[in-house]
Design a protein around this ligand. Structure first.
Ligand code: ADP
Length: 367
């Protein structure tokens, strides 16, 4: 029977367990065996007990659970060829020649590198006397399929990543809670949310909660933003009678000179200029935790099933796909196209090409 491995890598996200469950069960349904690789690429490099066969009932109850039950890690060894050589050996020894990787753009890049090197890694293992030509023979082709697990929704080519809607829900719930106390005391709150180079969580939570002001990395505010923000907040409070003020800041927020705009800077502005009793709330890792929302349960299930289908249909020369969702359709997209586009947007932000970054994001939203 064919053996399909599954691992989660990079930052954890709710829905990753649902993806693992779907891959495991679809693999078994397709008459294959499923193997979980624990602690991301660490498990692949170290082998042994970190690669284990998983049965249908082993993943029972996983659909709703937050985080990733098979663990995730940042693995330095896999960044080096020597580490990937060990990983290749472990896969051959276990008879695994297909891997579904659920992670962010870093993890998917690692997977693509691994596949590109694959036949070469096997030849090297034979040369080194680690494996025989006979052992390697059935595993000449490595099939890699990506699933995007990330709370940030920062991957190009897909409308949603596994985990982003669970995280958005958590953020909205937290802001709703803050609203109650802000209303009671007529306070201002500055709420910092995650999303490294991507303002999706901040933008969507601002829309979902009716925030007063918002900072995202892709669209730094114009010079003089301090006055403009204060004017809007004053208008909302004095003319519109708003009792609570909420400003949302993405963790990667910055001004046009790439200076970080922090929640404490904004708090000081509101306190000093408006005399507003202002508090800051950094949501931190609570945004990653908790049960997967309904959307992430369905997305991870549909995409996990599609990932196994893609594994079974891949040929030696088809590029590794990543499973995406666009306009409500589960699709396959060349993995490196999505990764490259994602990295290009990040680069544009770093080079202060904000119009370019916004156009890219906008183009994605329109696609
Ligand atoms: P994410 O997948 O969330 O973007 P990272 O960028 O930290 O997270 O990547 C997760 C892991 O993927 C790394 O710890 C490393 O093991 C592997 N990885 C990332 N980039 C590469 C690369 N260029 N080559 C090989 N492995 C990589």
């Amino acid at each position: 029977k064919r053996r399909i491995g599954v691992l989660t890598s990079g930052g954890d996200a709710p829905g990753m367990n649902g993806a693992v469950r779907a891959v495991v069960r679809m693999a078994i349904h397709s008459d294959c065996e499923a193997y979980a690789v624990f602690e991301g690429y660490e498990g692949l490099v170290n082998g042994g007990n970190m690669i284990r066969q998983v049965h249908w009932e082993d993943v029972r109850g996983w659909l709703s659970r937050g985080g990733t039950l098979i663990g995730s890690a940042r693995c330095m060894a896999f960044r080096e060829r020597a580490g990937r050589l060990k990983a290749a050996k472990n896969m051959v020894l276990r008879g695994i020649d297909a891997l579904v990787v659920c992670g962010g753009d870093g993890s998917l890049t690692g997977a693509d590198v691994f596949r590109a090197e694959w036949p070469g890694l096997l030849e090297e293992l034979i040369k080194l006397g680690e494996l025989t030509a006979q052992q390697v023979e059935p595993y000449k082709q490595l099939n890699i399929v990506g699933l995007v697990g990330s709370i940030d929704n920062d991957m190009s080519g897909t409308d949603a990543t596994i985990g982003c809607y669970s995280s958005l829900t958590r953020i909205c719930d937290a802001i709703d809670d803050v609203f109650d106390t802000a209303f009671s005391h007529q306070r201002g709150f500055v709420v910092e949310v995650m999303g490294r180079h991507c303002g999706w969580l901040a933008l969507m939570s601002a829309i979902s909660t009716g925030a007063d002001w918002l900072f995202i990395p892709e669209m730094p505010p114009k010079d003089g933003w301090e006055d403009e923000m204060c004017d809007v907040i004053t208008k909302n409070r004095k003319e519109r009678g708003k009792r609570r003020t909420i400003v949302i800041v993405a963790e990667g927020a910055q001004d046009r000179q790439l200076n970080k705009i922090s929640s404490s800077t904004i708090k000081d502005i509101l306190t000093d200029r408006l005399g507003l009793d202002t508090r800051t709330t950094v949501l931190g890792h609570t945004q990653r935790g908790g049960a997967a929302c309904a959307y992430d349960r369905t997305l991870s299930t549909l995409q996990g099933v599609e990932a196994v289908r893609a594994v079974l249909e891949m040929t030696a020369d088809s590029p590794s796909p990543v499973i995406t969702i666009r306009e409500n359709k589960i699709l396959r997209t060349p993995l490196m196209d999505a990764v490259k586009e994602t990295q290009e947007v990040t680069q544009m932000i770093k080079e202060k090409d904000f119009a370019g970054a916004m156009t890219r994001r906008d183009a994605e939203f329109k696609e």
